[in-house]
Design a protein around this ligand. Structure first.
Ligand code: ADE
Length: 227
């Protein structure tokens, strides 16, 4: 079973449209869509925005629906001037930018018993690179910084970029990464850029959410075909 997870309805709608037929299972105040796509069993869901919602849904996809791989699809704010709206980026590692017990002498993003960065699966990342090369598509790689905040502020954006050397920011990836790492499930986190995470980013987000979500979703189904 392969899990495809998004945060928002808009992020999984293109997947459901391309998959065509599916069965809906209601569980834990959410809907899980079971489908067969080109011979692959899929469980598809959107978690609702934020780290806790994403962690709940990722855990259920693994523990209840028995996913053995998880692919995340969605949009992100760019922290890197070279990443423009519609560009795709996968996470090499992920960090929670809003996890802060620096008052006790720890670095940002760290709590005892964990590491600051969670690394994604090298095999899935390599597959993504191969597909992008074959199709002559642009695909960047970098650190994704996750937090329970929509970043639309130049100073905050610069801070996240500087502290974590991150290329993009969003609100779920690092929590999904931590769930998957903890449960021993290989994961891949793909985001297409919807905005620049600077002042007034919310306007670009609203404007480009659908198109960027669709860019990411299409690539994720290419991955599924090749798994
Ligand atoms: N997802 C897409 N754009 C974002 C932003 N600017 N901040 C947080 N999450 C996002």
């Amino acid at each position: 079973m392969i899990a495809i997870l998004g945060a928002m309805q808009e992020e999984i709608t293109p997947i459901l449209e391309m998959v065509g037929e599916y069965k809906t299972v209601q569980y834990a105040n959410n809907k899980f869509y079971l489908a067969n796509y080109k011979g692959k069993e899929l469980v598809i869901a959107y978690s609702k925005i934020g780290k806790v919602n994403a962690a709940i849904t990722a855990t259920l996809m693994v523990e209840k629906f028995k996913a053995s791989k998880l692919l995340f699809t969605g949009v992100a704010g760019s922290l890197d001037e070279s990443l423009k709206i519609g560009d795709m980026l996968y996470a090499t590692s992920l960090v929670q930018h809003d996890l802060d017990i620096t008052a006790f002498g720890h670095p940002y993003g760290y709590v005892p018993g964990t590491s600051i960065f969670v690394k994604s699966d090298v095999g899935l990342n390599e597959l993504a690179k191969k597909i992008a090369d074959k199709k002559d598509m642009g695909l960047s790689a970098g650190v994704i910084a996750t937090g329970d905040q929509f970043i639309c502020d130049n100073e905050k954006k610069a801070w996240i970029k500087k502290i974590f050397n991150a290329s993009a920011t969003e609100m779920e990836g690092a929590s999904v990464a931590l769930v998957c790492e903890t449960l021993g499930v290989p994961f891949f986190i793909l985001r297409a850029i919807s905005d620049g995470a600077g002042d007034a980013a919310e306007f670009d987000f609203d404007k480009f959410l659908q198109d960027s979500a669709s860019v990411s979703a299409k690539f994720i189904l290419e991955m599924v075909e090749n798994l």
